[in-house]
Design a protein around this ligand. Structure first.
Ligand SMILES: [Zn+2]
Length: 263
């Protein structure tokens, strides 16, 4: 065999296409791709099978929550309601029911518990309800299993495979939102205008908690509104002196200045 550079170049020229194939195979196995596939399936199926004039798909919505943010992959807004779609890329057998807290995925003899996706999506809907200021009756939770999983228990009609979830959406025929309301919802979501609404909400919660704390003769935390507890300094030059600390510690770390006398 002649191992000259020319030989290697000729090998590369002949088999170059293996490189992207290997890269693709590795890529297909990543969690990123699994999520991506779910997104692509929803994007394509809604574009193909839902009337664009009636259903408006919004992708990747980040919503503010009590402890940070939450991500919703797909929201379909129509006069028939707001469909909040959660995709699951899973394989194997799936066991679960509407009310169960945990569902089970079974691959051969291997069993894995996972959170009921309806419960997960319920939180999304609760958040949307609040930031859009729209009643729960106008929301529909839709779960789509995009992998090659098989349901082994009777699933509620809003839990589906990609070939079935559109039937569920289309089965909702009552007009729940006016055309103007649909427009407003789309605008609000797309422009992220609910940030402000949410801030107001958080302010309100703090305010209510402050009132409760005062009623119970407690000192209210200036940061979160919960009651404060009188604590003693344990270390340093101020040992033995007092201060007020939030009762929600360590979630809230608000404290007052050190007091020289016990109040
Ligand atoms: Zn606090």
């Amino acid at each position: 065999m002649n191992l000259t550079p020319g030989f290697f170049i000729s090998i590369i020229l002949e088999y170059w296409y293996f490189i992207p194939v290997i890269v693709l195979i590795l890529f297909f196995r990543t969690p990123f791709f699994k999520g991506f596939i779910g997104e692509v399936i929803i994007n394509i199926t809604t574009a193909l099978f839902l009337d664009k004039n009636r259903y408006h798909l919004i992708k990747n919505v980040t919503l503010p929550t009590e402890d940070g943010t939450t991500q919703i992959d797909h929201i379909i807004v129509s006069e028939y309601g707001i469909f909040v779609v959660e995709t699951k890329n899973m394989k194997g057998w799936i066991f679960g029911s509407e009310k169960q807290k945990m569902w089970t995925q079974s691959i051969f003899k291997h069993k894995i518990k996972f959170q009921n996706p309806l419960h997960q999506n319920y939180k999304h809907i609760k958040t949307l309800e609040r930031v859009l200021n729209i009643g729960q009756d106008k929301f529909f939770s839709v779960i789509v299993f995009v992998g090659d999983a098989t349901f082994k228990t009777q699933m509620p009609s809003n839990v589906n495979y990609p070939r079935g979830y559109l039937d569920y959406i289309k089965s909702k025929k009552d007009v729940l939102l006016l055309k103007e309301e649909v427009k407003e919802v789309i605008q609000k979501i797309e422009m992220g205008r609910f940030e402000k609404t949410y801030k107001t909400h958080r302010e309100h919660v703090r305010h209510v908690k402050t009132i409760i704390a005062k009623k119970q003769n407690e000192k209210a935390c200036p940061k979160c509104g919960n009651g404060m507890i009188l604590k003693t300094v344990k270390k340093g030059v101020n040992t033995g002196k007092f201060f007020w600390g939030c009762s929600r510690f360590p979630k809230c770390r608000e404290t007052t200045n050190i007091l020289t006398e016990k109040p």
